[in-house]
Design a protein around this ligand. Sequence first.
Ligand code: ATR
Length: 278
Amino acid sequence: MSQLLQFAVFGHPIAHSQSPRIHQAFAQQLGIALDYRAIDAAPDVFAQTVRHFFQHEQGRGANVTLPHKAAAFALADERTQAATRAGTANVLTRLADGRLSAHNTDGDALVRDLTERHDLDLRGHDALLLGAGGAARAVAWSLCEAGVQTLTIVNRSPEAADALADAIGQPARVHTRYWEDLASIGSFDLIVNATSAGTLGQALSLPMSLAGSRAACYDLAYGKSAFAFLAWARAAGARYAYDGLGMLVEQAADAFELWHGRRPDTEPVYQSLLLQVA
Ligand code: ATR
């Protein structure tokens, strides 16, 4: 085994993951030598593959992507508040005593991409969150902390939306509506698509009335998975339509900083990915 610090991203499938490229670019920027691999692990062998990486392959840290974020949370020995709220983890870190710590950087990454890269001030915005699964749970608290005025959560299965709103526990500000009522609930300043419909190749049926004229629409997915939602956003007259590529780079930077104690400059890496990921 190489003497380099060992890092990896676990997913299934994982061949097209940008994470190795992003982490190597950060490492090069800061003069850090590391090994970062993409490891394909089917769900039934995920936990054992992760344990082997950390116990026998000198693994220091791992990113975790679909479909393993809930399993990563479950197998950890300790969990940050962000991971606990989401019930999922996208970062696993080996602590000095060998135990594994789970963290979720997706919410902070979304807010940083919206507010710093895209220059949006979320304070006072009425936000609509589509979806109430793992991805939605990871970003909901962060949107509240970023100062949105209201957060309306709408999910195909209403129980999951209610459970998320209850968990946040700010009834005056965070509430749910039925998917069937989307056409009659007015317009929003920020619409975040946190459903997995695009990734699954399924169409979302959304009324044009949702997007106010100054609306920003954001898909947590990027590339092809975000095409349909962003096409809807443009057709609906939204002022801005963004995919989650910036969030991907920001969540990687958070993990990088956690592991290496230094924060990389995400912009050049984001710009080079923009040219590659369509
Ligand atoms: P992820 O980790 O990507 O969030 P997940 O936890 O399985 O994956 O959650 C998927 C989310 O996308 C859920 O909110 C799901 O709605 P349900 O709870 O009703 O299943 C939503 N979703 C998936 N496909 C959808 C579709 N075609 N239309 C609307 N919502 C969809």
